[in-house]
Design a protein around this ligand. Structure first.
Ligand code: WQD
Length: 339
């Protein structure tokens, strides 16, 4: 049995990835401080996989918490999801983001090395490409960031590259997610933002279920097919599968590899609204609002390297993303919060 430590494992992507890890035969140790996740999500994951999961309430910034994990479990690899991810909040509270996302990763890696575990899959983001000069985006495109959240991802990538340069025993895979959306087909787990959603899909879903009066579309004057922003939305189950495939190659990799996890197809805000109306049978009321600071017109991946190195490609289309999101949201109008 190969044992995987999943930091941030109670979160949106972590909980979905845990299901596929267990179904692939891995033993999973979940580590989360529940600052942006609910213990209820893990109870539901346990129901889906029909087994109990070891769950440790801890903080990646605490070497004591991490030492406890590594002294009680023989960890073969780490999937590091734990991190703050709200762009707007990162602008207001940069030190909180740098401490959590950067110091937390440094503390984690020091604990890993102390106990002889040098295999890590890092949750990076397409945000490190800034405003790309063209699309689709390749892994060797120039990197830049326009906010502390994006910079924290960029800095961690560089820190991990330097860690490998100093010790070639490390096996490091940087996965650059495009726009994760959707939910497990059971409809029992999904994305559950803490308060008003920043991201498009949860806002649309909450509008459809009646929690929000209307969607504000941030700009319809971009140089795109219908003037609204274009993104590479990827189903969270496809994203989860990408992590399982990354684990298949990480052992004795002895290098740092960077991989885009996207579908290679860009959809506009209006495309998403239309698809969600079809999936839910509801009308999504919207108003055109001014552009959101920091937004770019278009961003979507060239996913060929993921196919080549992981033998992975996205399987779910936009309609499946909307159908699965609607099943989750309509079954759980208040997310994981008790009614
Ligand atoms: C998508 C499109 C908006 C909300 C961010 C982070 C990225 C990752 C995903 C963490 C854009 C438009 C949105 C709304 C809208 N996060 N929109 N009304 O900004 O591409 O990426 O989230 O890993 O790192 O940067 O995603 O969902 O916020 O926006 O019109 O209420 O929807 O303008 O065109 P984004 P998003």
């Amino acid at each position: 049995m190969t044992t995987i430590l999943v930091t941030g494992g109670a979160g949106y992507i972590g909980s979905h990835t845990t299901i596929l890890l267990i179904e692939a035969g891995y033993e999973v140790i979940l580590f989360d401080n529940f600052s942006n996740a609910s213990k209820e999500s893990i109870k539901r994951v346990e129901k889906i996989v029909e087994q109990n999961i070891t769950l440790i309430d801890g903080n990646v910034c605490s070497s004591e918490d991490l030492d406890t994990v590594f002294t009680h479990h023989s960890i073969d690899a780490v999937i590091h999801f734990a991190g703050l991810k709200a762009v707007g909040e990162s602008v207001e509270k940069p030190l909180k983001y740098y401490e959590n996302n950067i110091s937390g990763t440094i503390t984690l890696c020091k604990s890993m090395a102390k106990y002889g575990c040098k295999s890590i899959i890092f949750s990076s983001s397409a945000t490190v490409y800034g405003d790309p000069h063209t699309t689709p985006i390749l892994e060797d495109f120039p990197l830049s960031a326009t906010n502390p959240y994006g910079r924290s991802k960029l800095f961690v990538e560089e820190i991990l590259r330097d860690t490998y340069m100093a010790d070639n025993d490390w096996n490091i895979i940087l996965l650059r997610y495009f726009n994760p959306v959707g939910a497990h087909p059971s409809g029992t787990i999904g994305e559950d933002p803490n308060d008003v959603p920043n991201n498009l899909m949860p806002f649309i879903a909450q509008t459809a279920v009646g929690k929000r009066a209307f969607l504000s579309i941030f700009g319809n004057d971009y140089n795109t097919k219908d003037g609204t922003g274009v993104r590479d939305y990827i189903h969270v189950m496809d994203l989860a599968e990408g992590h399982v495939k990354a684990l298949n190659i990480i052992h004795s990799l002895n290098q740092v590899i960077t991989i885009n996890l996207g579908t290679g197809t860009g959809y506009s805000v209006l495309d998403m609204v239309k698809s969600f109306e079809k999936a839910s049978g509801r009308t999504i009321s919207y108003k055109i609002a001014p552009r959101r600071t920091g937004d770019i017109a278009s961003c979507f991946a060239d996913p060929h390297y993921a196919k080549e190195i992981l033998n992975w490609e996205a399987k779910y289309d936009i309609d499946a993303m909307c159908e699965d999101t609607w099943r989750w949201q309509s079954n759980n109008p208040n997310g994981y919060k008790a009614l």
